[in-house]
Design a binder for this molecule. Structure first.
Ligand code: NAD
Length: 298
């Protein structure tokens, strides 16, 4: 069993770290939030208050932070992970961040004699809790092989996407599909309401027809058809609209620097921007259906 430093015990990191504890690893967990550290202690983990305490004795460091700036600061900032971890430590960043930051931090880690992989996830809080996440991993073959046993504790599907940063590339492509498909499914429910077609009927038909997709069958944006979807708890996240907007912006930045044409991705980013600016940044991203319904009745 390994000693693991886990940085970022939020909606996703909390349950991921708890699964590592359950598997028998010794886990030191760090978060800025007292509540997150207390919840981690309740799950059997060892909460700590500084990076040195979390990583200096660890064989493996895993992070689950909001964005690229947090990851750069926590790894390469003053008194950060690279200054405090031992050479040879395996570093796994599972946050969703920009490809450029992922590659910059990985090369700083290499210069400090540490192996780093980017390993962002798909599967949401439900997948984090159940240990069924999908991991998209960027890094060397050796880094992937070293990370795999730990990722298998937290996930079900582990895919090596290529060199450093390629896990993040896969993640932003996937989430661009997700943002666009959630808007598509939401628009269909709003149209169905206008046409007098019952939510459940549309669900029963489209979930077994060519409109079938994850946004419909696992994360349905209207209450009823999928009891576990956030629509049934007044759109409490889950996956906050602000996080979806962040990922759609990352995709647009990447499209612009690489010259890819992504017009629906651009429209999805614009709609989520309007939704977030209407005071809904903390609402689950499937709540976009309320916004589209509002536009429909305007
Ligand atoms: P979150 O805001 O719930 O958790 C992030 C945690 O990091 C917070 O608890 C915060 O206090 C902590 N943190 C921030 N800066 C820190 C620092 N310097 N030191 C220690 N802790 C610090 O976010 P989340 O929903 O858990 O998402 C985390 C990442 O996972 C994001 O990049 C997100 O895009 C990605 N993601 C989220 C989901 C989801 O469904 N929520 C799904 C897939 C991927």
């Amino acid at each position: 069993m390994a000693t693991i430093g886990f940085i970022g015990l939020g909606n996703m990191g909390g349950p991921m770290a708890a699964n590592l504890v359950k598997a028998g690893h010794t886990v030191y967990g760090l978060d800025l939030s007292d509540a997150a550290r207390a919840a981690f202690a309740d799950a059997g983990g060892n909460p700590v208050e500084g990076i040195a305490e979390a990583v200096s004795q660890s064989d493996v460091v895993i992070s689950m932070l909001p964005a690229g700036a947090h990851v750069r600061k926590v790894y390469t900032g003053e008194d950060g992970i690279l200054e405090n971890a031992r050479p040879g430590t395996l570093l796994i960043d599972s946050s969703t961040i920009d490809v450029e930051s992922a590659r910059a931090v990985a090369s700083a880690a290499e210069a400090a004699d540490m192996v780093m992989v980017d390993a962002p996830v798909s599967g949401g809080v439900g997948g984090a809790t159940a240990g069924t996440l999908t991991f998209m991993v960027g890094g060397t073959d050796a880094g992937f092989a070293a990370a795999r046993p730990y990722l298998e504790v937290m996930g079900k599907t582990i895919v090596h996407a290529g060199g450093a940063g390629n896990g993040q590339a896969a993640k932003i492509c996937n989430n661009m599909i997700l943002g666009i498909s959630m808007i598509a499914v939401s628009e269909a429910f709003v149209l169905a309401e206008r046409l007098g077609l019952d939510h459940q009927k549309l669900f029963d038909i489209s979930s077994t027809a060519s409109g079938q997709c994850w946004s419909l069958t696992t994360y349905c944006p209207v209450p009823g058809p999928v009891p576990t979807s956030p629509a049934n708890r007044d759109y409490q996240p889950g996956f906050a609209a602000a996080m979806m907007l962040k990922d759609l912006k990352l995709a647009q930045e990447a499209a612009s620097t690489s010259g890819a044409s992504t017009p629906l991705g651009a429209e999805a980013a614009a709609l989520y921007n309007l939704f977030c600016n209407s005071g809904e940044a903390g609402t689950d991203f499937s709540g976009i259906v309320k916004f589209l319904r509002g536009k429909a009745s305007a």
